[in-house]
Design a protein around this ligand. Structure first.
Ligand code: AMP
Length: 376
């Protein structure tokens, strides 16, 4: 099947070609026609499956020709849980909207960046990609209105609909027109999404691409038993001996992320830490450098375990275990994306062994523990 048969316009087809999108991924085959038909969609597919383009393309088709609403009234609202994902989704809209004959303006807004420039730029925006908190601040300041939204997208919907965002999301829902197209994308279908599905979606087209469990088959997982105090030396040993030139490392706290990155730098390994205590400018800059191979090691917390797409990321290391098995799957899912294989390494100290068994049970997979002399 080709993109041509999905009903997309010539300019979009040309951009797809220029972007080397040869044929649609499974989620795109199903979501594009449904969204073009103005259906509600519930898409269960993780980031890396091509889900962003699966809504960006038909949304751009649908809003072409809709003349701009009253000033500061957007037509499409995409809600995302993190600033990084906002930037990423906005970039995909930008790639495709450039080719369109009619000018469509997309913008991303998120907290941590100054609000005044965002307020000014919100004139004549058609598509707004936003994190909930900043969106509400902008609404409060009359910089944007939701009364004419025709399509609502919740990306990483399970995260958007969990308790942490509930208050903000309820407020946003109350400002949206009741009649609209709703598109929900989520990596996992949990109870939150299940219940909201009933409230939010009208007769949706449900698309389930593959379960996380099947998906992680693409990832080569190895587990090292290591003494707690030897994690740093083992990390350096593996980065060097395996000649890793792009590796994402997960720790369980901001302080630990900083310490691990510092220690690597002291040992002449190009590493930086990225977490919620860094300014938005620094986060965006580091992520871009890392994505384009200009920074070898990025150490992070679970801020980055969801949603971030780094093309062909070859290595992920769990320096410490995450609390939940689901987060473990999200973390290692940063590699082995878009149908390529990847390597995930997990360090386990004696104290973490019990918790890792719980994760293995959830994955329905038992992994051999590797021990290296001098480190375990
Ligand atoms: P996403 O799941 O939206 O984060 O997309 C994952 C990656 O796949 C991104 O780097 C996209 O540029 C890429 N991608 C999406 N759809 C296609 C396609 N049909 N062909 C090739 N690459 C694609």
């Amino acid at each position: 099947m080709s993109f041509t048969s999905l009903g997309l316009s010539q300019p979009l087809l040309q951009t797809l070609k220029a972007q080397n999108y040869a044929s649609p991924y499974p989620i795109q085959k199903e979501a594009i026609p449904a969204i073009l038909n103005k259906k509600d969609v519930l898409g269960i597919a993780k980031t890396g499956s091509g889900k962003t383009a699966s809504y960006v393309l038909p949304i751009l088709m649908n809003i072409e020709g809709i003349s701009l609403k009253k000033s500061r009234h957007i037509t499409v609202l995409v809600l995302v849980p993190t600033r990084e994902l906002a930037v990423q989704v906005n970039d995909v809209f930008k790639i495709f909207e450039k080719s369109l004959p009619e000018r469509i303006k997309t913008m991303a807004v998120f907290g941590g960046a100054s609000i005044n420039p965002q307020m000014k730029s919100l004139m004549n925006v058609n598509v707004l990609v936003a994190t909930p908190g900043r969106l509400l601040e902008l609404i409060e300041k009359n910089a944007v209105h939701l009364g004419e939204v025709e399509t609502l997208v919740l990306d990483e919907a399970d995260k958007m609909l969990n308790a942490g965002f509930k208050k903000e999301m309820d407020q946003i829902f109350s400002l949206l027109p009741p009649k609209r197209q709703n598109l929900l994308f989520s990596a996992t279908l949990n109870d939150d999404v299940g219940s909201i599905n009933q409230i939010l979606l009208h007769n949706p087209v449900v698309i389930k691409i593959e379960s996380e469990e099947e998906d992680i088959e693409l990832i080569n997982q190895s587990v090292y038993s290591v003494a707690e105090g030897q994690k740093g030396p083992l990390l350096r040993h593996l980065i060097e001996s395996k000649e890793m030139d792009q590796v994402l490392i997960f720790t369980s706290s901001v302080a630990r992320a900083d310490r691990v990155a510092d220690k690597l730098r002291k040992n002449n390994i190009d590493a930086k830490a990225i977490h919620r205590k860094k300014t938005q400018g620094v986060r965006t800059d580091l992520l871009t450098k890392f994505k384009y191979g200009k920074l070898k090691v990025l150490v992070t917390t679970d801020l980055l375990s969801r949603g971030i797409d780094i093309e062909n990321l070859p290595w992920v290391i769990n320096y410490e275990l995450p609390r939940s098995p689901k987060t473990y799957i999200h973390r290692i899912g940063r590699t082995g994306r878009a149908e390529t294989s990847g390597e995930a390494i997990t360090f386990i100290s004696e104290g973490e062994e019990h918790h890792f068994r719980v994760i293995e049970k959830k994955m329905k997979k038992r992994l051999e523990r590797i021990k290296i002399d001098g480190y375990s």
